[in-house]
Write a protein that binds this ligand. Structure first.
Ligand SMILES: [Zn+2]
Ligand SMILES: [Zn+2]
Length: 307
């Protein structure tokens, strides 16, 4: 089952040629979600050969332009492409008003249902789920109401252990396995659990934009992958606190304290020509840090069985 994060853009505030603003495409088990939608996001879909029409839901963290100015373009293009499936949109108060005004004045009536739900930016809330995945908001500390998103797989999914599958299974035994039933051989039951293992649920936390915010630690504790903004280096910590952003050092400290497995850094200020400076700073505290490089897909791997 895939769990992939494709970075469509990761730059902060003002655009810079060749680098997109915050937008991430999530593929979970062939269900596609967009997190944030900076200016030019639909161009990024074309550039990285991703299908925009497959998105089921869009999650917007907050209403600074670098996180949602691409939204009207995406919504309108989906309309022009004759989308008919509903699209769910989650974002803070005010977003629905912005969209309504845009479409009212362009005399646009979308050809698909756009279902908007306002997010809570004060307390964590479950906002979306399907058979295998839930999405919760993560309240963040920023100069506008802002919530990150925690995507977490549900518990209880089991997978077959290839090494324990018997070469002489009969067709009816295969059917029993498929339906997660025990196998009866010579009057004895071999439990389904012997042939399968419970897959460890995977999780991804998206945290942009935010000042250093320890209140999130409990919620994101132990996630497989954390994206955390790192707008500044530690030498510019004053600007970070003034603008309610984080330094790379602070992002790494959050990753370390929350005992996450992997840290992705992004939302770098354009004042830093080479983001390696931010990466090296983070790595001093949290070694498994990476730059959320545009166009790159990070995959969260499933753990195998412990035999
Ligand atoms: Zn931003
Ligand atoms: Zn912001």
């Amino acid at each position: 089952m895939d769990f992939e994060i494709t970075i469509l853009g990761a730059t902060a505030a003002t655009p810079i040629y060749g680098r997109g603003q915050t937008a991430q495409l999530i593929n979970h088990n062939q269900h596609y979600f967009l997190i944030d939608c900076g200016e030019g996001t639909q161009h990024q879909f074309l550039r990285y050969k991703k299908k925009m029409n497959r998105i089921e839901a869009i999650f917007i963290s907050h209403l600074h332009g670098d996180h949602y100015f691409g939204l009207m373009g995406v919504l309108n293009t989906l309309h022009l492409q004759k989308r008919s499936e509903p699209l769910r949109l989650f974002g803070p108060a005010g977003l629905s008003e912005i969209i309504i005004v845009h479409f009212r004045h362009s005399n646009t009536v979308l050809g698909y249902p756009l279902v908007f739900k306002e997010t809570s930016t004060q307390t964590p809330a479950l906002i979306w789920e399907n058979e295998h995945l839930t999405v919760e908001t993560i309240p963040l500390r920023h100069s506008l109401p802002c919530a990150g998103f925690l995507l977490r797989e549900k518990k209880g999914r089991r997978k077959l252990i290839q090494e324990r599958l018997l070469p002489d299974f009969t067709p009816s035994e295969y059917i029993d396995l498929k339906h997660q039933r025990d196998i009866i051989r010579n009057g004895k039951a071999i439990p389904y659990d012997y042939f399968s293992y419970e897959v460890k649920p995977r999780s991804y936390a998206f945290c942009s934009d935010t000042a250093y915010h320890e209140a999130m630690l409990e919620q994101i504790n132990g996630v497989d992958c954390l994206y955390h903004e790192a707008t500044f280096i530690d030498a510019d910590a004053f600007q970070a606190s003034e603008t309610k952003h984080s330094t790379a050092l602070q992002a790494a400290t959050i990753a370390q304290q929350a005992k996450v497995n992997q840290l992705l850094l992004g939302h770098f200020s354009i004042r830093y020509k080479d983001p390696i400076e931010l990466l090296l700073e983070a790595k001093k505290v949290f070694a498994n840090s990476f730059i959320a490089e545009e166009g790159h897909t990070f995959s969260i791997q499933e753990e195998g069985p412990r035999l």
